[in-house]
Design a protein around this ligand. Structure first.
Ligand SMILES: Nc1ncnc2c1ncn2[C@@H]1O[C@H](COP(=O)(O)OP(=O)(O)OP(=O)(O)O)[C@@H](O)[C@H]1O
Ligand SMILES: [Mg+2]
Length: 231
């Protein structure tokens, strides 16, 4: 289980997150929704160790992991796919995958990545930065996948992609979740996110406004608060 307890955090001089409690149970899919500027990206950056807390704590299996570096949290199985993808643009697809694999498991990692996204198999030698946005996002997801994470933090992975690619990505996330990987999902497609999740948190101006199961959220309420959200 991964949890934020009473977390506050922000940037020089500004507090963004205030007293945030959020739990991701093992093997569950949790959606984190909220309007632009609510603090969703900030929350994921705190959860992955990229941004320090100014209050509260992070817990993994009940043990405090507050202040752990991104590398140490990644080794503990927490994998972050940041806004804008986070692949090494100047490295080949193959090297991007190999870097993420455990020593001695490089070939296995490449095989698993191709199985998840066959298109990557045809692009192994291509520089990641020259691939299409959708292909780069698949590579980012494949990199997360080959590291065999316990929890993946996903920041708007469907952003700017064609509907067919978004379908493929959601299908992959469904398989990942079914195999027991927990997901914390920040998504602009509110309906899709709700359909995939076990729990949902609504973040508004850095505070959690609602925490519960998707069925507890009436559609009107979602849309009243998230006017402009993409169905
Ligand atoms: N590096 C930074 N320095 C200062 N303020 C920042 C920084 N990054 C984000 N903020 C501010 O923190 C607040 C929350 O931003 P954040 O990116 O977490 O929101 P978000 O919910 O992810 O929004 P979006 O839906 O637009 O991605 C915003 O007011 C933003 O301007
Ligand atoms: Mg964001």
């Amino acid at each position: 289980m991964f949890a934020l307890r009473g977390v506050s955090a922000g940037y020089e001089g500004t507090t963004v997150l205030r007293d945030v409690d959020l739990v991701v149970p093992p093997s569950s899919v949790v959606a984190l929704l909220g309007p632009n500027g609510a603090g969703k990206t900030t929350l994921l950056r705190v959860a992955s160790g990229l941004l320090p807390l100014s209050g509260g704590e992070l817990l993994l299996d009940g043990q405090p992991v507050t202040g752990w570096s991104p590398t140490k949290l990644a080794q503990a199985g927490i994998c972050h796919i940041p806004e804008g993808r986070g692949v090494f643009r100047n490295l080949s697809v193959k090297d991007n995958l190999v870097l993420q694999a455990a020593a001695g498991e490089e070939d296995d990692a490449i095989g698993r990545a191709i199985e998840a996204f066959p298109v990557l198999g045809r692009r192994l030698e291509q520089r990641a930065g020259t691939m299409s946005g959708g292909e780069q996002q698949m590579l980012a997801l494949a990199r997360a996948y080959v590291s065999k994470p316990r929890l993946v933090l996903l920041d708007e992975v469907s952003m700017g992609l064609a509907p067919r690619i978004v379908d493929e990505i959601f299908e992959f996330l469904r398989r990942l979740a079914a195999a027991g990987t927990a997901l914390l999902l920040v998504e602009q497609y509110v309906h899709r996110a709700l359909a995939e999740s076990d729990y949902v948190y609504l973040l508004h101006r850095g505070r959690i406004d609602f925490a519960g199961e998707p069925t507890e959220l009436a559609d009107e309420e979602v849309f009243a608060r998230y006017l402009g959200a993409v169905a």
